[in-house]
Design a protein around this ligand. Structure first.
Ligand code: ATP
Length: 332
């Protein structure tokens, strides 16, 4: 069991209020990702759950038990950091076994757990190697193995893949997701990469300046962003957000439409403009179109589209996918 509840959790560093009262219910077995721009408080919130940072106000509960004042080692959680911090002189086996040895676990139990974790992580053939003889992805797998053998109530991941190159990140992202499903252990995962959040999470917490803007499944956030911040943060390329007269005509302070919901050269109501830049990715064509009174609009067309800078185009907006937001930024 590993449900985690935050009740009115606040954090201040000296005079600076960093987390302004977070309420959250993380279900046992779920994969929850904290995402938000740099400095929004993701790591601080995770470290408070781990017990590595005190809480200025509010309570943290694990399986319904108040752990706000409980020492990190007694919370039954395992943390995986960005810097894997392996012991260089120990073998992979030694590194994975270290915590269990310190806890004086019997040798047979240690061997069984290490072998099981190594098999899950495809590390069996590397158990006798030293960390310097491993790739970055393999080292991070050792760090995850060290977390697995402790059989925690929940894994806490702090940007574990950000030291890896792009291709390896995609591969490790799948491996971590698969592993979490297999173990069915609660995971809380911090990242600033919204693609990582969308692909890995059961539910995403979008944080902005120490506040939870929305908590929901990736598709809920994509289809029904609660406010302008979430609308602009989730989705790549970003949603087009337009204020002023164009939005007012549609009865909103801000309207939003995603690039994939704009048909370049399509029929139907929309905007006329001039292509400023066209990007041909093969799989998609992105057009950045300058529209008078609207600004630069991003449109995305699947596949290759013969279009180039300077061309005049009509952009047809899909009316079913226009998001409307009020003066307070909230979805109408
Ligand atoms: P990033 O993606 O850049 O790691 P983050 O969302 O994880 O950002 P935090 O590391 O949680 O952000 O920091 C949130 C805010 O708290 C930042 O403004 C940071 O400067 C501040 N902060 C973090 N730790 C401390 C500290 N020990 N003392 C003072 N301020 C701190």
């Amino acid at each position: 069991m590993g449900s985690i509840t935050l009740e009115g959790v606040k954090k201040s560093f000296g005079p600076h209020d960093i987390i302004h009262g977070a309420n959250l219910d993380i279900e046992d077995g779920s994969f929850v990702v904290f995402v938000g721009p740099s400095g929004c408080g993701k790591t601080t919130l995770l470290r408070m759950i781990a017990g590595l940072e005190d809480v200025s106000a509010g309570r943290i509960l694990i399986d319904g038990m108040d752990v706000t004042e409980v020492a990190p080692a007694k919370r039954g959680l395992s943390m995986v950091f960005q810097s894997y911090a392996l012991y260089p002189h120990m073998s992979v086996r030694g590194n994975i076994a270290f915590g269990l040895k310190m806890a004086n676990a019997p040798k047979e139990e240690i061997d069984r757990k290490v072998d099981h974790a190594a098999a899950l992580l495809n590390l069996t053939q590397y158990l006798d190697r030293k960390p310097r003889e491993l790739s970055g992805g393999q080292r991070q797998r050792v760090a995850i193995g060290r977390a697995i053998v402790r059989e925690p109530k929940a894994f806490l991941f702090d940007e574990p893949l950000s030291n890896l190159d792009a291709a390896l990140r995609v591969q490790m992202r799948m491996e971590v997701t698969r592993l979490q499903r297999q173990l069915a252990t609660t995971a809380v995962y911090v990242t600033h990469d919204q693609v990582e959040a969308m692909t890995m999470a059961d539910r995403i917490v979008v944080l902005n300046a120490g506040r939870i803007e929305q908590f929901g499944s990736p598709i809920e956030l994509y289809e029904r962003p609660a406010n302008v911040f979430v609308a602009g943060f989730i989705g790549s390329p970003r949603m087009n957000l337009v204020t002023g007269a164009v939005a007012e005509q549609l009865g909103a302070a801000t309207i939003g439409i995603r690039p994939e919901h704009i048909a370049i050269g399509g029929a139907g109501a929309g905007w006329d403009g001039v292509v400023s830049v066209a990007e041909h990715l093969g799989s998609d064509t992105f057009a950045y179109v300058e529209v008078p009174e609207v600004g630069l609009v991003t449109a995305r067309c699947p596949g290759e589209m013969k279009i180039s800078a300077g061309e005049r185009v009509h952009l047809a907006l899909d009316p079913a996918h226009i998001h409307r937001f009020g003066t307070d930024g909230k979805a109408l």
